[in-house]
Design a protein around this ligand. Structure first.
Ligand code: BGC
Length: 747
């Protein structure tokens, strides 16, 4: 194709942009659309395809992070690359951006994408942990910090939030999401998008969000990563799709396809999903990127024979940009020339990518305030580290505290800190730690040491490794335990055991850690078990025998300080589980919002839906978490008793702190539609409030419950509120509740 005559006009337009660039760049605004039209008119087919190519840098010889190879530099200069992932650091991104905006014909800036999942350099708790805080303001704030650090480093796009609902803890990626509930997941998804993108994605310290993995990646059969998903359209729409929708509604600029198929259709080639639902139903205006090589993986899925075949399938379905498979770069131009992809579809894909670049302000300011000085002053700043500590405290869930073992007194004479994770510096960062560095981590041992006065005797023994079988360290651990007034025992998983490609067939604490726990418990000393892990673990023995248990997940750089704050009572724990804890792996998938069946489980009745060798209940239910305070629930009212579907019920309850310490409680509201045209879940979370109560204080908590919160898909898949009786449940978790009723009258 020859050089288009419009080029001078485009250049003038691009140059003129900063003059009228103030006041945000909403995707789709007239100014941007005009500029994009001019650019698209000026582009050759190859340059258009270039915008749809996302690749990873091939050279990794720079201290500032991987930078582009000579070959990639040539491709950028020729307009054949639209974005680079895994590049980072102001120096490397400037180098690449300079080629794009100074050497390429149309001077279109590059996107720089990275998995900034729970922090950039300041590593925050993993998303599953932060979901345990049920604190959307905190989650938004932490995403904001991550965005500010990434932006300082030249990254302008994060592959987050990961919002996949996960009902099976065998799946390693459960760590990256917000657990099993669609409402909690949706609120967390939207909070993260707001945090990453700010009010205006072009503003200082904002980066583009990418909602992933669209869709239902968490539904992988057997919890095995990349596996088949086969769920009903009802479950897809009522459970799995909700958090993606919430993220799109919050303004997420990009969406990533998932590796899996749903009912025979791989997501990357799923037109009904990527175009029907995402564009037509939800009005999404950004672009869709494939997951890593997901385009060519459709050959293995068996829906096309070769690379041109999958490229056409993916692109025509609505996957606008190809991450790393090379299929678009190699074949899209040819497919357009052969008429297998229309020129209009190509232009549409390009427009969507340019729209996101425009929304990020890249045409005005391709370097977006990143610089090495900025990196220096922003990354791991004291304010960010303080926020990580606060987030860590709020993400901890107290699972057991019998006999008031916790909080421990700081006047304690001696304490034994034992376990493979007690002084571990790398694993507390968790999976997907971006630029997180072990040297930034405060270990549990260090946190305990700095919380206690110098007079306290802190003994340490590793006991065993996380996955190994060596028992040689147990004797020293027992010795330390015997010489101490109390034991803090830190066990769990390595960070590599969760995240991508880290599914497990067992939920047991790995290696010989169970033997260590039993041996330490046998000393008769008061033991506090501190769990570090990326998924619910089966800890039935510990639950029965250890007096105090803290679920701390992976808390990031401030692990030791955050856990010590809770251990010694400087912080009263308030986290609640965003996932069900099964008793054993045999119970999974296990989630609180299940159906009732025709034979609901009764443990003493044989012909009911249960396992003959296990109680039917979970070890800890969804929403569970204790406090050093105690909360009493009373006086539930549901008014009015009858509404029509446009009305609103007010559910109110009195909550009193009957304990001796001030504490926060997350009051939870669940609803069940008693009878429907189709079966309904036994309960569904419809709201929650986090309240702080002083000792003896009580407060009335009110939840407005509008009729639209009762929407469901009826037998004909229409979205309606069905008349009939509803049961409301209010309480401290999904199991321990007080119930009331109301009715939706027939119109
Ligand atoms: C993961 C994505 C991630 C991408 C880029 C893939 O393997 O599934 O979640 O964003 O790699 O790192």
């Amino acid at each position: 194709m020859t050089r288009p005559v419009l080029l001078p006009a485009v250049s003038i337009l691009v140059l003129a942009l900063p003059l009228f660039a103030r006041g945000g760049h909403p995707p789709g605004d007239a100014r941007g659309e005009k500029m994009i039209d001019s650019l698209v008119r000026a582009m050759t087919i190859e340059e258009k395809v270039g915008q749809l190519v996302l690749c990873t840098p091939l050279r990794d010889d720079s201290l500032a992070g991987p930078s582009v190879s000579a070959e990639q530099a040539r491709l950028i200069a020729r307009g054949r690359i639209g974005g680079i992932l895994n590049i980072r650091g102001a120096r490397a991104t400037h180098e690449a951006q300079k080629i794009a905006v100074e050497e390429s014909r149309l001077k279109i800036p590059l996107l720089f994408g990275l998995d900034v999942i729970h922090g950039y350099r300041t590593t925050f708790p993993i998303p599953l942990a932060e979901a345990s805080s049920w604190d959307t303001a905190m989650v938004e704030q932490d995403a904001r910090v991550a965005a500010a650090e990434a932006a300082a480093s030249g990254v302008n796009w994060t592959f987050a939030p990961m919002v996949d609902i996960a009902r099976d803890p065998r799946w390693g990626r459960i760590a990256e999401g917000s657990g099993e509930d669609p409402l909690l997941g949706s609120l967390m998804a939207a909070a993260r998008v707001r945090g990453f993108q700010g009010r205006d994605p072009a503003s200082d310290g904002s980066i583009a969000a990418c909602v992933k993995h669209f869709a239902a990646y968490g539904g992988a059969e057997g919890g095995r990563d990349y596996n088949t998903v086969d769920i009903s359209e009802r479950t897809l729409r009522e459970v799995y799709l909700l958090p993606y929708k919430a993220a799109v509604d919050a303004g997420a600029l990009t969406v990533m396809t998932s590796f899996n198929e749903i009912a025979g259709v791989p997501s990357t080639g799923n037109q009904a999903l990527l175009t029907g639902i995402l564009r037509t139903e939800w009005g999404f205006r950004g672009f869709v990127v494939s997951d890593w090589t997901a385009v060519t993986e459709m050959i293995a899925h068996g829906v096309a024979r070769d690379t041109p075949g999958v490229a056409a399938l993916a692109f025509n379905a609505g996957t606008d940009q190809d991450m790393e498979s090379g299929a678009y770069g190699l074949f899209l131009s040819r497919l357009v020339r052969e008429g297998k992809v229309t020129a209009a579809r190509l232009d549409e894909g390009v427009r969507r990518v340019l729209r996101v670049k425009y929304a990020l302000g890249l045409f005005d300011n391709p370097y977006r305030h990143s610089s090495e000085e900025r990196e220096h002053s922003t990354l791991l700043s004291p304010d960010h580290v303080a926020r990580a500590r606060d987030a860590g405290r709020k993400s901890i869930v107290l699972l057991k505290n019998s006999g008031g073992v916790l909080p421990l007194s700081k006047k304690i004479g001696s304490i034994a800190v034992i376990g493979p994770l007690a002084d571990d510096r790398g694993d507390p960062l968790g999976p997907w730690d971006a630029l997180g560095r072990p040297q930034d981590v405060v270990t549990l041992l260090e946190g305990i040491r700095s919380a206690l006065p110098p007079s306290a005797h802190v003994l340490y023994a590793q006991g065993c490794t996380i996955e190994g079988n060596g028992t040689g360290g147990i004797a020293a651990a027992l010795e330390a335990a015997k010489n101490a007034d109390a034991v803090v025992l830190a066990v769990g998983e390595s960070s590599a055991m969760s995240g991508e490609a880290a599914s497990r067939s067992s939920l047991d604490i790995p290696g010989i850690q169970d033997a260590l726990i039993e041996a330490v418990a046998g000393t008769g000393k008061p033991v506090v078990l501190v769990l570090m892990n990326g998924r619910p673990l089966s800890i039935a023995w510990a639950e029965a025998h250890i007096p105090a248990i803290l679920e701390t997940w992976f808390l990031g750089v401030q692990t030791g300080n955050a856990v010590a704050d809770v251990l010694f009572g400087d912080c009263n724990p308030s986290g609640k589980l965003p996932v069900t804890f099964p008793r054993t792996v045999g119970q999974v998938p296990f989630y609180y919002n299940h159906k009732n069946t025709g034979r609901p489980a009764v443990d003493t009745a044989r012909f009911t839906s249960r396992y003959r060798d296990l109680p039917s209940s979970p070890l800890f239910p969804f929403g569970f978490g204790l406090s050093y305070a105690a909360f009493d629930y009373s006086d539930l009212t549901v008014t009015p008793g009858t509404i029509d579907s446009a009305g609103t019920v007010t559910v109110a309850i009195r909550v009193k702190n009957t304990g001796a310490r001030a504490g926060e409680e997350i009051v939870q509201l669940y609803v069940r539609q008693d009878v429907g045209s189709v079966t309904r879940p036994v309960r569904e979370l419809k709201g929650f409030r986090k309240i702080m109560l002083a000792p003896g204080e009580s407060r009335q908590v009110e939840f407005p419950l509008p009729g639209r919160d009762l929407l469901m898909y009826d037998a004909a898949m229409r979205r309606v509120v069905e008349p009939g009786r509803f049961t409301v449940y209010v309480g401290t978790n999904s199991r321990d509740v007080t119930e009331g009723h109301f009715t939706v009258r027939r119109k």
